[in-house]
Write a protein that binds this ligand. Structure first.
Ligand code: AMP
Ligand code: ZN
Length: 492
């Protein structure tokens, strides 16, 4: 297939993707800090990279996808102060930190499973790589880019910037950083406030600590990703991903650590996924502005009018490009549900379509090309979905007898539609078409359809809408077409 272009945050441009080793791709994505349940915003970022992983595999690449679990070192304020998030939760709940880690790692896996994620190739944990992190620090000290004070080790940003470029990813200038960072008033051991911790000496009450040449302590948050990506993907690898909010300081620090320890720029393509917002504000645990994935399956949330299947939520997320902000709303989700059901209905009726001698109404080969064009243009899933709906229209026209499809084209549609929908977008078909149903259930729904038609004839739209909406609430969607009304049932 044609060339794949990916937007690289480092260059600020879409670039033709060329892996370091032909046919192989190394991809690292920053994983969750497992101290609480993941919210839908986190899910969105991981889903963007699940789609990237799926598409790269679809194109035939052998992908080593590494996504870590942060189970140590992430302090409350994302910088170098505050309590360790996991230790704090352990204190609060009076359990071991590793119980916190286990609980929320299991939750994370279950959530991703519910949304039909593919597992990464390797899922390393920060606590399992303390030795590698200590070794990286030793290298950085040896190369003169870090210093030890009172058992803690800090990265010397100013020194690094004399010969390299700190800020090249986030496009920040060191002068601005110096200007904008609070003076630490002697409260810190750092030489400069821009410096960041590679190793922190543990305070008396700190439970999570390991021995090191400098003190009993713990690694800085940014270090684990450098140590683990280098270990599993090498000093220079193809793709590094994460949410936009990790660009600075986390990813900027990762670049600095790598360049300071082995001298190479670690990553060829930096990809950043944009935020999910709720009421226009970033979805975040800390502000209480969030929805948990499970809320969709129960419908118990002030943000939701009913329950929704995981595929509908997945479809909603992928209807936006990964680099655009996506604002969550119940109305938008309802619209996505309609679209999703329409798409599944078209897939459900594929086997019953009549074949003709020739295709009239659509150029199927061109359609396939356009689908790839969308995905090759920086994984443009909303354009792909728009293409899928062009096909849905065509399928419905074939059903109604106003368009025709040849046997060869129908085979192509069958193959590619399913590849795009199930393999690349990762959706599942949670619906049954009414053709699957016989007997009393079918007759009951048909009776309601007849009553709705009667109400419409009598211009009693309140009643006809009520019948449609009440059915939708219990997972039965009515589809109005030229040949009358059919229905789709949620398979949940
Ligand atoms: P954390 O566990 O806080 O490190 O977050 C895990 C991932 O979720 C990171 O890649 C974050 O950038 C991402 N993330 C956090 N909040 C949001 C949000 N509201 N929308 C999209 N991604 C988010
Ligand atoms: Zn990371």
């Amino acid at each position: 297939m044609k060339d794949l272009f990916i937007y690289n945050s480092l260059s600020g441009k879409k670039e033709k993707f060329k892996p370091i080793k032909e046919g192989l791709v190394g991809m690292y994505v920053c994983g969750p800090t497992v101290y609480s349940n993941v919210h839908l915003g986190n899910v969105r970022t991981f889903m963007s990279f699940d789609m990237v992983f799926r598409y790269l595999k679809h194109l035939g690449y052998k992908v080593r996808y590494v996504r870590n679990i942060t189970d140590a070192g992430h302090l409350e304020d994302d910088a170098d102060s505050g309590e360790d998030r996991i230790a704090k939760k352990a204190h609060l709940e009076k359990i071991e930190p590793m119980e916190v880690v286990q609980r929320y790692t299991v939750d994370f896996h279950q959530t991703l499973n519910n949304f039909n994620f593919l597992p990464p190739s390797i899922e390393p944990r920060a606590t399992g790589h303390i030795i590698e992190q200590i070794e990286t620090i030793k290298e950085i000290i040896k190369n003169g880019f870090a210093y030890e004070v009172n058992g803690s080790v800090y990265f010397d940003v100013i020194k690094f910037n004399e010969t390299k470029n700190y800020g090249k990813l986030s496009k920040r200038k060191i002068e601005d950083l110096i200007h904008n960072t609070r003076n630490l008033d002697g409260q810190s051991d750092k030489k400069n406030p821009q410096d960041f911790a590679l190793w922190k000496k543990a305070e008396q009450h700190h439970i999570m600590r390991w021995p090191s040449p400098w003190s009993n302590g713990f690694p800085g948050w940014h270090l684990e990703c450098t140590a683990m990506s280098t270990k599993y993907l090498g000093e220079n690898f193809d793709i590094h991903g994460g949410g936009m909010d990790l660009k600075f300081p986390h990813h900027e620090c990762e670049i600095a650590q790598s360049e300071a320890s082995h001298g190479k720029s670690p990553v060829n393509v930096w990809m950043h996924a944009n935020m999910l917002t709720l009421n226009g504000q970033k979805m975040a645990k800390s502000t209480g502005n969030f929805i948990l994935p499970n809320d969709f399956f129960t419908g118990n949330s002030k943000h939701l009018s009913k329950k929704f299947s995981s595929s509908v939520v997945r479809f909603f997320i992928l209807q936006a490009h990964y680099r655009s902000v996506l604002d969550f709303s119940n109305t938008a989700l309802l619209a996505s549900e309609k679209g999703y059901n329409k798409l599944m209905e078209a897939i459900n009726i594929l086997p019953s379509l009549k074949k003709s001698d020739e295709t009239i109404g659509m150029n199927v080969k061109l359609w396939i090309k356009d689908c790839y064009k969308a995905m090759n243009d920086d994984f443009n899933s909303p354009i792909l979905i728009a293409e899928l709906f062009k096909l849905v229209k065509f399928i419905n026209q074939i059903k109604d007898g106003s368009a025709f499809v040849s046997s060869d084209d129908l085979n192509l549609i069958n193959l590619h539609l399913k590849e795009f929908v199930f393999d690349i977008l990762g959706l599942k078909n949670d619906t049954f078409s009414d053709t699957k149903f016989e007997g009393k259930l079918k007759e009951t729904v048909q009776l309601l359809i007849a009553m709705r038609n009667e109400a419409r004839e009598n211009k009693d739209f309140k009643l006809s809408d009520k019948i449609r909406d009440r059915l939708l609430n219990i997972g039965i969607q009515l589809n109005d077409g030229k040949e009358g009304t059919t229905f789709t049932i949620e398979n949940k």
